[in-house]
Design a protein around this ligand. Structure first.
Ligand SMILES: [Mg+2]
Length: 242
């Protein structure tokens, strides 16, 4: 992990000390740090999980599209399911990372951040190496290569300095990084992270929940897709209701 800026006070936003969700209208200001998770928030791997599961005979070849959250219980309930699930993740986040897609709407959001002078920080919980890979797979290197391939660091492109990508070994460290970077808000697909008791209370939380299940309710704003997050932050035209 590279050097971090000193803790940045948040000049506006939720000044309260209570855990409750601040629902007052809010928009980030130029210079604000916008924290964003990587896997399943910016990078879409759902099609790869299904593809590899079929190749490995863990799913019937005719099975239709499934979200990662729907596939996980199907694999885990099989014999040696936990090991297979871990191996599957290693394959998807390692060798197949180059085939991940940028989540629909994320490019528009990152473009807008750039135009408005906001600073996206990508903070990802990602182990360094795949645990059960036959050869060591550097998952962080694969993620950096994918972001480069998608134009994250290029100009023209999203022009995000590479130093603004931080990897955490576990959830606790990820939460520490979100606090230390001084994110004005954080966008993640994992509800468990956003409701963690040590999640920094001053950071506004956005949950990306594309799965076709009811939108969770909690100390965050839940959105179906990136267009809705863009609307919530920048008050752009309202996306079609979901
Ligand atoms: Mg994620």
């Amino acid at each position: 992990m590279g050097p971090l800026p000193s803790e940045k006070p948040i000049g506006h936003g939720n000044r309260g000390t209570m855990e409750s969700l601040d629902t007052r209208p809010w928009s980030p200001r130029a210079g604000d740090r916008i924290g964003i998770d990587l896997d399943n928030t910016l990078a879409d791997h759902d099609h790869l999980f299904v593809e590899v599961a079929r190749e490995w005979g863990l799913l019937p070849s005719h099975s239709g599209p499934l979200a990662k959250s729907q596939l996980r219980p199907l694999i885990r309930h099989r014999p040696q399911g936990e090991e297979r699930w871990i191996a599957l993740q290693g394959e998807v986040y390692g060798r197949r990372m180059t085939s991940a897609r940028l989540m629909p709407g994320a490019a528009s959001f990152l473009d807008r951040c750039r135009r408005q002078g906001l600073a996206p920080w990508i903070i990802s919980h990602k182990t360094h190496y795949a645990v059960l890979a036959s050869e060591p797979l550097d998952l962080r290197e694969a993620a950096m290569a994918w972001m480069a391939q998608q134009g994250f660091f290029a100009d023209p492109g999203f022009a995000i300095p590479r130093e603004r990508v931080l990897f955490a070994d576990d959830r606790r460290q990820k939460l520490e990084l979100i606090a230390r970077v001084g994110c004005a808000c954080f966008i993640d697909d994992l509800e468990e992270l956003l409701i963690d008791p040590v999640f920094p209370t001053k950071v506004r939380r956005f949950l990306l929940h594309p799965a076709p299940t009811p939108l969770p309710v909690g100390p965050f704003q839940a959105c179906r897709h990136w267009q809705e997050i863009e609307h919530a932050l920048f008050h752009t035209s309202r996306p079609p209701s979901s």
